[in-house]
Design a protein around this ligand. Structure first.
Ligand SMILES: Cc1ncc(C[n+]2csc(CCOP(=O)(O)OP(=O)(O)O)c2C)c(N)n1
Ligand SMILES: [Mg+2]
Length: 579
């Protein structure tokens, strides 16, 4: 069945056919034709955001909370370039989003026309793929291809740029279109020889470790991971992108590795003789100085993206495949062989790391709030079924360290790009994707000032997110580096929020939200409980905390993981330093 309609109508119809229920965006000249049929759609809800960056992060939050493709839309030129940051963010964290942008009329492309920007050129290195459509006939097929590419293999952002005349022209629409992607065939089935090789190394190892990254949750493989860990009794570390993929409370969990990881997780990687990396990138925040990273370890590295394998650290056993299939196959081979490694001495060492160096923090005599305490109480009161969405900075690290994650995908944050301003719009997207769940954003006073305008969107669209601002009056993470590495010369990190500019409570109220403030430890529980009881409008809590709280442990940038500090000038003592 084919039907006559405009390119714009074909676009909306195609979005309906691929199952889109929510689009975040802002209209403008070049995309305007698409907004007309969108007005009539009963299946697609368009959410009018206040800044296109908010649309992009909302699409990411929606995608991460639901596992479905998030969608954002913008006009040409500045609308499109405002999407660049969230597209780059989605690329770094492998988040499936489709960004649809209007482009100037095809005849005007290349003439520096009003609001022209070469967005497909600009986003070439930060998209998994992108398209420029000038023929309306291509619209349905391209939309289907864009959603297929974004959500299969290693997920990622896809941009579809459509010229205004293609949206306006008459065309024929038929569904389903036939995709034309001859060169795109992601490998999901791991090679059985590689699986056997990995199983053999696991049986031979004395100090193995499962290094779990964002790819495991993206593959929906947390149940299989738990089975594998319990079958083999191998310890597990979960990266910033994998928090909750393996339960924090599990005795085999060693914590988060990396720059602000636990001593037990960092130590376990450094001392291991076999790292089984699953859906990880061996990125610099985890490895520290690469040349001294895990010097005794052989590497099994499984990832769906062959480009990741041996990119940073040579893999002795490379496995290309979907993590769910990799883990399932490993389980089968290990179960059939009945071989069990001997890790008793390893566990003695690991348990001693855990007992000797638990995560801790400083409290303040003057009665001011420790930010870590706020996280602990939030975790206890809001519980592990809540979605936590963080900004970028100290508060993000405390949210990772001091909230207990028990369920996969419940910590949503900007890991690879480290994008300030991520939290408020991403929390909005997460809440729209999961309306029955509680969503708490944990934001910094700096980050919050970058994207808080989306509170207007939340209030008007009925999206009751909860925002905890960890207000330390500073660009705290940068201040921490100035404290440690720049002689306490605090160049341009004081936000002066202590002068209540802005007053976050009043700002929340101005946006139609409830604003609360908490300044003393004894009030924390009552304020969180009050925020938990408000479910009809968004709530913002201004937690005024001590300005000098620091994130520990820390591996200073560029140094070795062996030089991890548990506090300023305090390093752990390693036992078993016999190799
Ligand atoms: C868009 C952007 N600009 C600059 C930075 C560099 N940066 C990283 S953390 C940080 C401070 C964040 O301050 P705040 O939101 O108050 O969080 P805190 O560290 O105080 O918890 C800055 C400026 C960044 N990550 N992203
Ligand atoms: Mg701050």
């Amino acid at each position: 069945m084919t039907e006559r309609m405009t390119g714009a109508q074909a676009l909306v119809r195609a979005l309906e056919h691929v199952g889109v229920d929510t689009v975040f965006g802002i209209p403008g000249g070049a995309i305007l034709p698409a907004y007309d049929p969108l007005y009539d759609s009963t299946k697609v809800r368009h959410v009018l955001v206040r800044h296109e960056q908010g649309a992009g992060h909302a699409a990411e939050g929606y995608a991460q909370a639901t596992g479905r493709v998030g969608v954002c839309m913008a006009t040409s030129g500045p609308g499109a370039t405002n999407l660049v940051t969230p597209i780059a963010d989605a690329y770094m964290d492998s988040v499936p989003i489709v960004a649809i942008t209007g482009q100037v009329a095809s005849k005007a492309i290349g003439t520096d026309a009003f609001q022209e920007a070469d967005i497909s050129g600009i986003t070439m290195p930060i998209t998994k793929h992108n398209f420029l459509i000038t023929d309306p006939l291509d619209i349905p097929r391209t939309i289907m291809e864009a959603f297929h590419i974004a959500s299969t293999g290693r997920p990622g952002p896809v941009l579809v740029d459509i010229s205004k005349d293609a949206l306006q022209a008459d065309t024929t629409f038929s569904w389903p279109p036939i995709m034309q992607l001859p060169g795109y065939r992601p490998v999901t089935r791991p090679h059985s020889k590689q699986i056997r090789e990995a199983a053999k190394l696991i049986a031979e190892a004395r100090r193995p470790i499962l290094y779990v990254g964002g790819g495991v949750h993206k593959a929906g493989a947390s149940a299989e991971l738990l089975q594998l860990a319990e079958l083999t009794h191998i310890p597990v570390v979960t990266t910033l992108m994998a928090r909750g993929t393996f339960p924090d409370s599990h005795p085999q969990h060693m914590g988060m590795p990396g720059m602000h990881g636990s001593v037990s997780a960092v130590g376990a990687l450094q001392k291991s003789d076999l790292i089984i990396g699953l859906g990880v990138r061996f990125d610099d925040r985890v490895t520290g100085d690469l040349s001294s990273f895990a010097p005794y370890a052989k590497i099994v590295h499984a990832d769906i993206d062959p480009a990741e394998i041996s990119k940073n650290r040579h893999a002795d056993v490379p496995i290309v495949g979907d993590c769910k299939e990799v883990i399932t196959d490993l389980l089968n081979v290990i179960q059939t062989s009945g071989q069990q490694g001997d890790y008793a001495d390893w566990w003695t060492a690991l348990n001693s790391y855990k007992q000797t160096y638990p995560l801790g923090y400083e409290t303040f005599e003057d009665g001011t709030l420790a930010p870590q305490y706020v996280m602990e109480r939030l975790s206890a009161i809001a519980g592990p079924d809540t979605y936590y969405v963080a900004g970028v900075g100290q508060h993000q690290m405390w949210a990772s360290q001091f909230i207990g994650y028990e369920n996969p995908g419940t910590f949503i944050n900007s890991g690879g790009l480290g994008t300030m301003g991520f939290a408020v719009p991403a929390a909005m997207g997460a809440k729209m994707g999961r309306p029955d769940s509680t969503v708490w954003a944990i934001d910094g006073d700096g980050c919050f000032q970058m994207t808080n305008q989306e509170l207007a969107t939340c209030a008007l669209e009925g999206v009751p997110v909860k925002i905890a601002i960890i207000n330390n009056g500073n660009l705290g993470m940068v201040r921490q580096w100035q404290t440690l590495f720049y002689d306490q010369r605090y160049s341009n990190t004081d936000l002066q929020t202590t002068r209540r500019i802005p007053d976050f409570v009043k700002l929340a109220e101005a946006y139609g939200c409830v604003g609360l403030r908490c300044e003393r430890p004894e009030d924390v529980d009552a304020v969180i409980k009050k925020a938990m009881e408000i479910n009809d409008v968004p709530v913002v809590v201004d937690f005024v905390v001590h300005q000098d709280a620091m994130v520990w442990p820390m591996v200073a940038a560029g140094t070795s993981n062996d030089d991890i500090k548990i506090a300023r000038d305090m390093a752990p003592k390693w036992e078993n330093e016999d190799e």
